[in-house]
Design a protein around this ligand. Structure first.
Ligand code: NAD
Ligand code: UGA
Length: 480
């Protein structure tokens, strides 16, 4: 029986390995992690991450051919194929701080693999890493190899949170990069055989190592670029009276452009887009390509601009001050159908409003109070380190309360900000909400999910990203 071990039981390691176990009953899969609480949660009824469909997949194979363990070294030693799916955060200090990927966790995993291995292994890069990481990993592995042979493959993951199970069950493509030597190609074939259990052969792409590593960064950069492009257009729409949804629909009908990923928003969030683009920028700079670096950096800059612009709209619309005013924040996760808050635009929006002394009442159906308070207290990039290295106790914020109901959050509020596009926010009783708010009552829809006309009929002053401006908001235009 082929044995797979995955180091890192996170958003990628957990679901990907669960899918491999489900589709390959002839393979034993063990997911290991240094975090004891995380492994305990994977072995419990309360999985550590919220992902539609994940519970069913885990329950179908856990303790049959899928195991979660903290015995990292033991399971790595026994495995034929070792996936590495650990954190690759943005460096916070030293050379490349604020841009380069911090490979501390990757390197320590590689050293451990080298130390404990007693048989030949295929080591698979599942984490998103800078181009040429495989070369560094090879050096670490072969340095103390004791006659053992390692083959490094790059097999980046393209799943998106909230749709991870669907993405894994029916991937657009699986990408495997390997050395172009006979041994390298043998390793590629072995990994291909794993995916071939359920992925059609024409969707399993094989390339050289560097193409696979770079394709992952490129894919995220292209996706994020589409969002920044439509968000840049949303600002122009507001100034001209165009409607960003109509513009997105019109351009998306061009089959060369396509309709997906053109939803204007308060800004993209998530653990990877910003991190991976900054990493790409750094790689360009290191390769003597400052113009290319500058081009990609703009994608992140427009995203920051969009979040700031949203806060400015809120403050300027509400008589240029939110000091002492209650603002309801509906949604804190970086997108719907996940409890993940890493780099969520909610953090920047809340910081912006708190900076203007607002009183925030936050509600998200999947994010805990503890998590929200820790996020608001954390330094930039700290969130992307293993849990035991993050600040443990949430900081108390006098100006912030976290509640478990949208009606409670909006009661007596002066304004509402929709930050995550949860389905339930579309179905709320807005008449009831309006009746219980201070007047004039404002709604700032950062996701364009609400029916603007219906809300205006109720009496709300509505701002919706990239939509023709409410006369009230228009009259209070500020420089943004
Ligand atoms: P995560 O923080 O959820 O999980 C990483 C896990 O690795 C943590 O549980 C941590 O405790 C563990 N870990 C760190 N060092 C370890 C070590 N030496 N030994 C054992 N365990 C260790 O991160 P994630 O979201 O799963 O992302 C992992 C990688 O996958 C990143 O490189 C990310 O860019 C990439 N990625 C993420 C997504 C996503 O949707 N989250 C999608 C595609 C790619
Ligand atoms: C993204 C990619 O879609 C995955 O392919 C990739 O594997 C992953 O990053 C990664 O490397 O981590 P994810 O961040 O989970 O996945 O979620 P997305 O659906 O891409 O959304 C990212 C952010 O963009 C969210 O905040 C979302 O609300 C925002 N978004 C997305 C928009 O503002 N507009 C859109 O049209 C689409």
């Amino acid at each position: 029986m082929v044995k797979i071990c995955c180091i890192g039981a996170g958003y990628v390691g957990g679901p990907t390995m669960a899918m491999i176990a489900l589709k390959c009953p002839d393979i034993q899969v063990v997911v290991v992690d240094i975090s004891k609480p995380r492994i305990a949660a994977w072995n419990s009824d309360e999985l550590p991450i919220y992902e539609p469909g994940l519970d069913e997949v885990v329950k179908a194979c856990r303790d049959k051919n899928l195991f979660f363990s903290t015995e990292v070294e033991k399971h790595v030693a026994e495995a034929d194929i070792v996936f590495v799916s650990v954190n690759t955060p943005t460096k916070t200090r030293g050379l490349g701080a604020g841009k380069a990927a911090d490979l501390t966790y990757w390197e320590s995993a590689a050293r451990m693999i080298a130390d404990v291995s007693k048989s030949d292994k295929i080591v698979v890069e599942k984490s998103t890493v800078p181009v040429k990481t495989a070369e560094a990993i090879e050096k670490i592995l072969t340095h103390n190899n004791n006659g053992i042979h390692f083959q490094i493959l790059s097999n980046p993951e393209f799943l998106a949170e909230g749709t991870a199970i669907e993405d894994l069950a029916k991937p657009d493509r699986v990408l495997i990069g390997g050395r172009e030597t006979p041994e390298g190609q043998k390793a590629v074939a072995a990994l291909k055989a794993v995916y071939a259990h359920w992925v059609p052969e024409d969707r399993i792409l094989t390339t050289n190592l560097w193409s696979a590593e770079l394709s992952k960064l490129a894919a995220n950069a292209f996706l994020a670029q589409r969002i920044s492009s439509i968000n840049a257009m949303s600002a122009l729409c507001e100034s001209t009276g165009a409607n960003v949804s109509e513009v997105a629909y019109a351009i998306g009908k061009d089959s060369r452009i396509g309709p997906k990923f053109l939803n204007a928003s308060v800004g993209f969030g998530g653990s990877c887009f910003q991190k991976d683009i900054l990493n790409l920028v750094y790689i360009c700079e290191c390769n003597g390509l400052p113009d290319v670096a500058h081009y990609w950096k703009q994608v992140v800059q427009i995203n920051d601009y969009q979040k700031t612009r949203f806060v400015k709209r809120v403050v300027s619309s509400m008589f240029n001050t939110v000091s002492g005013k209650k603002i309801a924040i509906l949604g804190f996760a970086f997108k719907k159908d996940t409890g993940d808050t890493r780099e969520t635009p909610a953090i920047d929006v809340c910081h912006g409003l708190l900076g203007d002394k607002a009183l925030l009442s936050i509600y998200d159906p999947q994010v805990t109070e503890d998590q929200i308070k820790r996020d608001l207290a954390m330094n930039k990039f700290d969130w992307d380190h293993p849990q035991h290295l993050q600040p443990q106790s949430p900081t108390a914020f006098k100006q912030v309360s976290v509640v478990w109901d949208a009606y409670e959050a909006t009661k007596d509020a002066h304004g509402i900000c929709i930050i995550t596009e949860w389905e339930e926010f579309k179905k709320l009783d807005y008449q009831r909400i309006y009746d219980n708010m201070q007047k004039p009552a404002f709604i700032f829809d950062g996701r364009n999910v609400l029916n603007v006309e219906a809300l205006r009929k109720i009496g709300f002053i509505v701002y919706s990203i990239g939509k023709p401006l409410d006369p009230w908001v228009k009259d209070l235009q500020v420089s943004i």
